[in-house]
Structures are given as structure tokens and as C-alpha cells.
Design a binder for this molecule. Structure first.
Ligand code: FES
Length: 559
């Protein structure tokens, strides 16, 4: 009689009796949602995963979790990342699941699912949704990064409403994630580099039949992983994270990867610090000529060979732990040693790289004692060492109000400063770091300017943009004390960011700030939980009570 009622309920879905003979139950964790257009094909993809699970002798159990989509979620999808990870963790632990396939796509769905699964530590395999096709407009290919340049051209009158309407319909031509090396594709490649997926997970376009095949083969493989007891923590080792950091550098990947991988590492007990990004990544040149650092798009990258030839090249140059184990049960080197690249303009080599400056530079100084980041490959080289006068925006609203002001005192040498957008000041740390360049500067032909803030930046964006300043302004970081006209010195080669104001003056300003500042707070709901428990950016902006893992055992309950 044991389990009689539970089997009966389950059989209401026409599950045959032989499915209760002890075969593995495999969860398919699905982030499908019409509110997340990038993941809108996941019901189909899940069917292919399901077929693979059945073929291998497992029992598929698909379940939904929160899907924080980048395009529509406000104030920012990042606000829901930790909540989605809690959804994943608690659902996995609360149900009789032996292994799980994570269906991930739009930016935050990937770290959310990985973080939740990492805190449970079942056998886990990732299947990403794949990038959308290249955008097209009047015979040219477009990527999502063109949104920024096209927006600037519209603001100075080079494009009209009709042009914009045409671009709008040609930019996103299929389902899938943004078609450049933005955060979503970066994170899909992180999944592949960490070894959590089958090879080629990151680059196969969403609409390509091989994406569905990847799902099917992943369904087969997870059943074997359960039998082999290949749990997630055996893959997510410190070697895997070091590989991921170096792959991110080679890809010219998103700065958001820093926050997400830091949070993930802390879930599995790997001691990954901000300085590891610089220590490991700065020796790796950028190999990929894809927007936003380059010119091509994800479809081109896939056709050129995708990630495997890059893994091979990095391994052959001693830049990866080739013996890191993957979800396949084989090592990174075994999987990539025969990989070929088919277009040497899209995928370059360590010997002949696309850009020598790469990775994520980690800055320190009195403005960011706990660190800040900048992506040198996406910045204008002449601004990597720059001192300029601060033009200060106290909040997002202040930025919006004053940006178009023709009397705004700003020139090409200024440093734009935005406060109040860190994890606690603006729950979710919005992607406002690449502040729009004021129109009057655009009209002068200025294309880049130094910008610093405690917020994040879209992986599709570019520029001399310093992000993730920690501690943030809302908790009294030095950023809070910057005043209009202060000199700020950025020196990326020396890895420093300093406010050139005396300690005596800073102490005076701090006393004033503490006397007048009211800590941001909420009265109820998730926002209250968020503000009270979110860690700083250099710690991954996870909730303090979610760091670590507690396994899959249910401590107590009704049986
Ligand atoms: Fe979803 Fe870019 S908006 S991946």
C-alpha cells in the first residue's frame, strides 16, 4: 500500500504502471512564459527533452518556475533572480525528483536556475534556448547592440520614425535570446564552459533543428547522470569556475557574468573573488568578433564553429583546466580536442587574437574599496586612462530629468556619475550604467564618455562604463559623497578608480551624509525581503540567507 495514493494521483496523467518500477524521475524545469519572449519556444523544447528522457528509461516531470524576462519585467528582471532561484530550489527539494534538466534562456533565467539547483545538488544538466537569428534591415545584419547606436542616430535626426518602425520589425526575427554576446548568450556559454551542458549548448540558434536535438540528447544524458550519481557539485568545482572566467574573457562576455557566477560559486562553496576575474581573465585575449565588442552576430558565431574551437585553443595554450569534468562524464579537453573553426574572421586565435585587451578589469580605490568592474574590450581605448570632472546624477529620476537639458554642464572630458542604483538602493541593480550620452555631446560627435555607477549594464551595451561600485551609495559608499565638479581619476591599466578629494573633506561630507540620509526601506512584500537581505555586488547580490546549499533531503514531513 505504500505510496498508493501518490501513485494514483500521478496516474491521472496516464502514467503507465511500469513507470513506478524505480526508474529515475527527471524534472524538466521550464521557464517558458509569454512574458519572456526569448523563452517562448520552451514548450516545444521541453517535448524534445521529454522524448530523450523516455528513450533512456526515465520518467519526465515538467514543472514551471518564475520566468524573469528581460524585456518586460519591471523594475528589472534581476529583482526576481533570487526569488526564481528560491522557486527552483524549493520545488526540487519538495518533490520526488532524482535529476533535473534546466531550460534556460533570457538573461536571469540562467543564473536563477543554476543557483537554485546548486543549493539542492541533484544530477543536473542545462539546456539553453539558443540565440535568435541575425536581424536584418535594408541588406545589412543587425544585432541587439544596434538598438543603442540606432537610438543615438534617431536622437540626432539621422533616422526618422519610418526607419525605426522598419528596424523594429527586422531586429528580432525569431524566438530565442538576443543575437549577440549579451548576457543571455554569455551565460549560455558559461553553462557550457562550466561543463553543465552538452557541447554546443550556447551557439546553436533557437530555430535550428539541432537545438531540439540537443534537448533530446540532454534528456537521454540526464538519466545516465542519475545512474552515475554525477551530481552538480562534482561539476561545479573551482577549476570549472576558473575555466568559465577565462572563456568569458575570450568571448568578450557580459559584465553581468561576474555577479551571477560569484553568486553561483558561493552557493556551492567555491571561494571565487572579484580579483579572480582579473587574475585569470586579463591574460586571455578576446577571440570572438561578435557584438558588442565586435561586428558579427550569434548566428555567424555558430556557423564559424561556436565555443568548441575556442575551448580547444585555450586548452592548447594552457589557459583552461582541460581535465575539468562535464555533464557528459568526459573532460573539456576530450570534448573539444578535434573542434574546428570555419571562419577565421569571426573566431580568432590566442596567437592572432581579435583584441589584446580583454576580460573584466577589477578596479580599486577610494571610490570602490570593495571593487568595481569595467570591460576594457567594449570601451574606447583613449578613455581607459582618464581624469575628468564629475557630473553627478543623484538617482535614476535625476538622470532622466536632466539628461536632455541643453544647459547641462558637461563636455567630452566629464565623468558622468550615477548614484542610488546598487542592490539595496534600487532593488535589482538596474542596467543603467551605460547612461545615454547627452544629445549636445552626440551632436558634437562624441561617441563615448567615462560613466561610473553602482548599477549594472546590459550585456548588449558598450562604452567606458565603470559598474558595480561597491559598497554602493545607498549604504554610504564613497560614491554617495561625490559632488558636482569633483575630479575623478580612472586608470584601467593600473586598475584604480579614485575620487581626488582629501580625506578630511570626505570625512566632513560623510558626517553630513549620515546626518541627512535616510536608509531606503519597504513596508512589506518581496521588496522588503530584498532590501533587508541582498548582498553587495562583489558578493553576487544574492540573499544572505541563500548562500550555500542544503542538499535534496527533506528534513521532515508527511510520508
Ligand atoms: Fe531576453 Fe536579451 S532580452 S535574452
Amino acid at each position: 500500500m505504500h505510496g498508493f495514493a501518490h501513485r494514483s494521483w500521478t496516474r491521472s496523467r496516464s502514467v503507465p504502471s511500469d513507470h513506478f518500477d524505480g526508474r529515475p524521475v527527471i524534472g524538466i524545469c521550464n521557464t517558458w512564459s509569454e512574458l519572456t519572449p526569448c523563452n517562448s519556444h520552451f514548450r516545444d523544447l521541453a517535448q524534445h527533452v521529454r522524448e530523450g528522457i523516455l528513450e533512456a528509461g526515465g520518467v519526465p516531470m515538467e514543472f514551471p518556475v518564475i520566468s524573469p524576462g528581460e524585456t518586460l519585467t519591471r523594475p528589472t528582471a534581476m529583482f526576481l533572480r533570487n526569488l526564481a532561484s528560491m522557486d527552483v530550489e524549493e520545488t526540487l527539494r519538495a518533490n520526488p525528483i532524482d535529476g533535473v534538466v534546466l531550460l534556460m534562456g533570457c538573461d536571469k533565467t540562467t543564473p536563477a536556475l543554476l543557483m537554485g539547483a546548486a543549493s539542492v545538488n541533484l544530477p543536473t544538466i542545462g539546456v539553453s534556448g539558443g540565440p535568435m537569428l541575425n536581424g536584418t534591415w535594408r541588406g545589412q545584419h543587425l544585432g541587439i547592440s544596434d538598438v543603442w547606436t540606432m537610438g543615438d542616430r534617431y536622437r540626432v535626426g539621422e533616422l526618422n520614425d519610418g526607419d525605426v518602425a522598419e528596424i523594429e520589425s527586422g531586429l528580432n526575427r525569431s524566438h530565442g535570446v538576443c543575437n549577440i554576446m549579451g548576457t543571455a548568450s554569455t551565460m549560455a556559454f558559461m553553462v557550457e564552459a562550466l561543463g553543465v551542458s552538452l557541447p554546443e549548448n550556447g551557439a546553436i540558434p533557437a530555430v535550428d533543428a539541432r537545438r531540439n536535438l540537443l534537448g533530446r540528447m540532454s534528456g537521454r544524458r540526464i538519466v545516465e547522470m542519475v545512474k552515475e550519481d554525477l551530481a552538480l557539485h562534482k561539476i561545479l568545482t573551482s577549476a570549472a569556475f576558473e575555466n568559465a572566467i577565462r572563456v568569458n574573457a575570450a568571448l568578450g562576455g557580459s559584465t553581468n557574468a561576474v555577479i551571477h557566477l560569484t553568486a553561483l560559486a558561493r552557493r556551492v562553496g567555491v571561494n571565487l573573488t572579484l580579483d579572480d576575474w582579473d587574475r585569470l581573465g586579463s591574460s586571455v585575449p578576446t577571440l570572438v568578433n561578435v557584438q558588442p565588442s565586435g561586428t558579427y552576430h550569434m548566428q555567424d558565431f555558430h556557423e564559424a564553429g561556436g565555443l568548441p574551437p575556442i575551448l580547444r585553443d585555450l586548452c592548447e595554450n594552457g589557459l583552461l583546466h582541460g581535465d575539468a569534468i562535464t555533464a557528459t562524464g568526459r573532460t573539456i579537453w576530450e570534448l573539444s580536442k578535434d573542434a574546428k573553426r570555419w571562419n577565421s574572421d569571426v573566431i580568432r586565435t590566442v596567437a592572432d587574437p581579435f583584441k589584446h585587451n580583454s576580460g573584466i578589469a577589477v578596479l580599486r580605490g577610494n571610490l570602490c574599496p570593495d571593487g568595481a568592474v569595467i570591460k576594457p574590450s567594449a570601451a574606447s581605448p583613449h578613455l581607459l586612462k582618464h581624469t575628468g570632472k564629475a557630473v553627478v546624477f543623484e538617482s535614476q529620476a535625476d538622470l532622466q530629468n536632466r539628461l536632455a537639458d541643453p544647459d547641462l554642464e558637461i563636455d567630452a572630458d566629464s565623468v558622468m556619475v550615477l548614484k542610488g542604483c546598487g542592490p539595496r538602493g534600487f532593488p535589482g541593480m538596474p542596467e543603467l550604467g551605460n547612461m545615454p550620452i547627452p544629445r549636445k555631446l552626440l551632436q558634437q560627435g562624441v561617441k563615448d564618455i567615462v560613466r561610473i555607477s553602482d548599477c549594472r549594464m546590459s550585456g548588449t551595451a558598450f562604452g567606458a562604463v565603470v559598474l558595480h561600485i561597491s559598497p554602493e551609495a545607498a549604504i554610504g559608499g564613497t560614491l554617495a559623497l561625490v559632488e558636482e565638479g569633483d575630479l575623478i581619476a580612472l586608470d584601467v591599466p593600473a586598475r584604480t578608480l579614485d575620487l581626488l578629494v582629501s580625506d578630511v573633506e570626505l570625512a566632513r561630507r560623510r558626517a553630513r551624509w549620515e546626518g541627512s540620509h535616510e536608509a531606503p526601506s519597504e513596508t512589506r512584500g518581496f521588496a522588503k525581503l530584498y532590501r533587508e537581505h541582498v548582498n553587495q555586488a562583489h558578493e553576487g547580490a544574492d540573499f544572505d540567507f541563500l548562500v550555500g546549499s542544503t542538499g535534496s533531503k527533506v528534513p521532515a514531513g508527511q510520508h
